[in-house]
Design a protein around this ligand. Structure first.
Ligand SMILES: Cc1ncc(COP(=O)(O)O)c(C=O)c1O
Length: 394
């Protein structure tokens, strides 16, 4: 028995009444499909938002607010990852996906394909072709102790086929991997040998579990600093993606020169209250986040126990970081028929999950499930899924 936590008192009715996208998109469903937490946000973030309203800080981004965020991010990177980045190299931007679009269009060779390890965060597979670029999907391969790792041989082949940019997602959505220094160094050697460019999506960086440490890819060496553009935000860890603020971190002088010319485009979408909220999260959100992480840590073990008890054919490896669980449904009895497993569980269990196929070919037969929910809801989700499988078999 774990000790009672205040998040245990949050009910489904509370969450539906709050009216989030997560809890209102699929009426009558248990919601586990979108990367949002059910825990609100840090008191420091709420205070910053009240200050924004009280001081009518609702206009375009004032220079001092921008500078404060760059400084707070720089301090956070130094204190958490020992990565020293001058505040002038940190741009506010609306979100990681718009930062990706700007980087794709201004720093990577027009028309060149993009290499993406799969399964991957879904929009990279749709946004990239929407910008006229082919995605070279490189399925992750089973490595040490069955964990999934980047396939460096196929990544090298992707560069040889004409790709220039590689999308690194660390900590990884949806696999929950937190790459080790050795893995990142091995990737760096391949990228360097092919003079590639890395878009390093580190939006989940503050969300790592004991035994795993986030290493910013650009911080590895001068070489990686020169071939990387990093995007991060307080939005996942502090549950504020609707506030529209992320950080684009530029660690190469050449990239800096190019991006300065489009700095307006990079930063125009960043919302002033969101920038203030990110500053507050980085400066003072630590105690809240520590509590949240320890709750999610319990949930990632609880999910293993629940699956073992109720749905043992479902494959699951606890994430090393993020609050995303990647479920392997390929061992389940074939009761879904022509439907994807996500559709089956939506129809038969009233549980909303992400269809792994949206994460690339390597994700077919898999599901994404969010762990940042009260434990009693996680339990309901697994039992509803298990009952649906049992009913379909009988
Ligand atoms: C890995 C990853 N990248 C990017 C995003 C989207 O971030 P943003 O809302 O800042 O575009 C998400 C959202 O869940 C994510 O998990």
């Amino acid at each position: 028995m774990t000790a009672h936590h205040r998040f245990d008192d949050i009910s489904i009715e509370d969450l539906v009444a709050q009216g989030s996208m997560k809890w209102t998109r699929n009426e009558g469903h248990l919601a586990a499909f979108v990367a949002e937490m059910d825990f609100g946000t840090a008191p420091a973030v709420s205070e910053a938002l009240h200050t924004a309203i009280d001081h009518a800080q609702l206009g375009y981004l004032p220079p001092a607010v921008k500078t404060d965020m760059s400084q707070a991010t720089s301090d956070y990177l130094t204190s958490h990852y020992d990565w020293k980045v001058a505040p002038g190299q940190i741009y506010p931007t609306a979100d990681v996906l718009s930062a990706y679009t700007v980087v794709l269009e201004t720093l990577s060779r027009p028309g060149a394909p993009v290499i993406l390890p799969t399964p991957a965060y879904m929009p990279f597979l749709t946004l990239t072709p929407a910008r006229g670029r082919e995605v070279i999907q490189v399925p992750m391969i089973e490595g040490e102790n069955g964990r999934l790792e980047m396939d460096l041989v196929s990544i090298a082949q992707g560069f040889e086929q004409g790709a220039e940019m590689f999308i690194l997602c660390n900590p990884h959505n949806p696999l929950g991997r937190v790459y080790s220094r050795e893995e990142l160094e091995a990737l760096a050697a391949v990228v360097d040998a092919h003079q590639g460019l890395v878009f390093s999506d580190e939006i989940h960086a503050p969300l790592t579990f004991p035994g795993h440490r986030h290493i910013p890819y650009a911080s590895l060496s001068e070489t990686t600093a020169h071939h990387t553009i990093t995007a991060t935000s307080a939005s996942k860890a502090f549950n504020i993606p609707g506030l529209k603020c992320a950080q684009l971190i530029v660690s190469s002088p050449q990239h800096h020169e190019t991006l300065e010319k489009v700095a307006f485009m990079v930063s125009h979408g960043a919302a002033t209250p969101g920038v203030m909220a990110n500053t507050a999260a980085y400066q003072s959100g630590g105690p809240w986040l520590e509590d949240v992480l320890s709750y999610i840590d319990t949930n990632r073990t609880l999910l293993a126990d629940l699956l073992e008890k109720h749905l043992p054919q479902m494959g699951y490896r606890a994430p090393e970081g993020t609050y995303i669980a990647w479920l392997d449904a390929t061992g389940l009895p074939p009761v879904a028929g022509d439907r994807s497993w996500a559709q089956f569980f939506s129809d038969e269990a009233r549980v909303a999950l992400t269809d792994g196929a949206l994460c690339g070919e390597a994700g077919v037969g898999h599901l994404r499930l969010m762990l940042a929910t009260p434990s009693h809801i996680l339990e309901k989700i697994v039992i509803a899924m298990a009952d649906a499988v049992a009913n379909a078999q009988s």
